[in-house]
Write a protein that binds this ligand. Structure first.
Ligand code: AMP
Length: 398
């Protein structure tokens, strides 16, 4: 697309053009990534690969739930839903290895809603996620799937006023979603009774471990003495995690939707080499002449650069929002909302945003700097090319 115009940034878009990686000046910040691995054509399977032919009514779900699925436009199951919902309805544990965007949220929420409807006075489930944004999204999905069914939910995450949580806990909750720290805090205060919750979902388990939540997760799991069903989802499965996973799950059904660790097949991956003396920012703004770049997430390595970049984009007439770890939860929520509604064209983010945010139709992910690890790269580019659509990822390489 760009190669015919000499003034446009040079985008490498086939596997044979293998640029050499130049060592970084800053020894602490040497990315381990080989840029040649970041050039790949999408092997889009399209909607057909994402969804199966199996309609939800084959599952004999509650009619209100079926209606809600229909209203959401979920006509047939995705591959992970087809493989997991039945065994989960039977009460089996689950180990789900799946990339983001596979439909895993509904895969675990549908059985939870079914069980809650069977025993609404007693049943409750806990979903633990690594990030606040993901927790909020899961509750949002639960609310729309259980609309009109008289089920109650709450999200407990850091960075918010804990008094609001106390209030929410006065009511019988069928679903509790949260991040490990806040959940433990509420449990330690004897306000959240983990010993009464029977169903546990650990979402983005590998992320949780990466983010240093291993002890918190163990404490949560051990406090759930009445736990009789556990579902664990992870994008990757590393040998070092095996013992821990084995200690959490009992005879789980194992479902692998796409091979853990590989970058999304639905994403066209390209690099732009920034030559000495070239201004990266002007290369970036040139990209925005392409009107197809209508919903773009730009990742930076540092919060400071994210701040600066967002400001510069706004000055040059490209409306951008910003999220990173120093911003309050309210501010982050507002930025995501504006981006979702299309009020901003760009969301500048640090890795905080790479984990589990589900924003429909992100057209492009841009790595303004080379990510430090392949894992971080995979999670970032997974923000585009979701729900069977083709996305594009562009990475700037010095
Ligand atoms: P998730 O992997 O749970 O983040 O889901 C990825 C996207 O797929 C979300 O935007 C969901 O709303 C959507 N989705 C989930 N299940 C279905 C389905 N059966 N049919 C169509 N879209 C779905």
């Amino acid at each position: 697309m760009y190669s015919n115009n000499r003034n446009k940034p040079r985008v490498s878009s086939n596997r044979n053009s293998r640029p050499k990686e130049r060592p970084s000046q800053n020894a602490k910040k040497v990315s381990k990534l080989d840029p040649s691995l970041l050039v790949k054509k999408a092997e889009s399977s399209g909607e057909a690969g994402f969804r199966t032919e199996t309609p939800f009514h084959t599952l004999k779900l509650h009619t209100a739930l079926l209606k809600n699925l229909e209203n959401k436009g979920y006509e047939s199951m995705t591959s992970i839903q087809e493989q997991t919902i039945s065994p989960l309805l039977e009460g089996r544990d689950l180990l789900g290895i799946s990339n983001t965007g596979s439909g895993k949220t509904a895969a675990f929420l549908i059985p939870i809603i079914e069980q809650a409807m069977k025993n609404p006075k007693v049943f409750s489930a806990l979903v633990v996620t690594p990030t606040r944004e993901l927790a909020l999204q899961i509750e949002e999905e639960f609310k729309s799937l259980s609309k009109g069914m008289n089920l109650h939910s709450a999200t407990f995450i850091g960075g918010t006023n804990i008094n609001t949580d106390f209030k929410a806990l006065e009511k019988k909750l069928h679903l509790v979603v949260g991040t490990p720290g806040r959940l433990l805090d509420l449990s330690n205060r004897k306000l959240l009774h983990l010993n009464k919750i029977e169903t546990l979902v650990l979402d983005e388990f590998d992320r949780m471990l990466d983010m240093g939540f291993v002890h918190d997760v163990k404490k949560l799991v051990n406090s759930m003495v009445r736990r009789n069903q556990t579902m664990l989802f992870s994008a990757t499965l590393e040998a070092g995690q095996k013992d821990l996973i084995d200690s959490i799950l009992q005879d789980p059904v194992e479902v692998k939707v796409s091979s853990g660790g590989t970058a999304s097949q639905n994403v066209d991956q390209e690099i732009i080499r920034v030559r000495e003396g070239e201004e990266k920012f002007s290369l970036l703004t040139q990209l925005f002449e392409d009107q197809q770049m209508d919903r773009v997430i730009i990742f930076t390595e540092t919060k400071r650069l994210a701040d600066r970049l967002s400001k510069k984009l706004n000055h040059s007439g490209i409306k951008s929002g910003l999220i990173h770890g120093n911003k309050s939860q309210n501010f982050r929520n507002r930025m995501i909302e504006e981006f979702k509604k299309g009020e901003t064209r760009v969301l500048v983010a640090t890795d905080v945003a790479a984990r589990g945010i589900d924003i429909a139709d992100v057209s492009h992910v841009i790595n303004y700097q080379l990510p430090m690890t392949m894992d971080s790269y995979i999670h970032r580019i997974g923000r585009t090319g979701r729900a069977g659509k083709t996305g594009r990822a562009i990475t700037f390489v010095n």
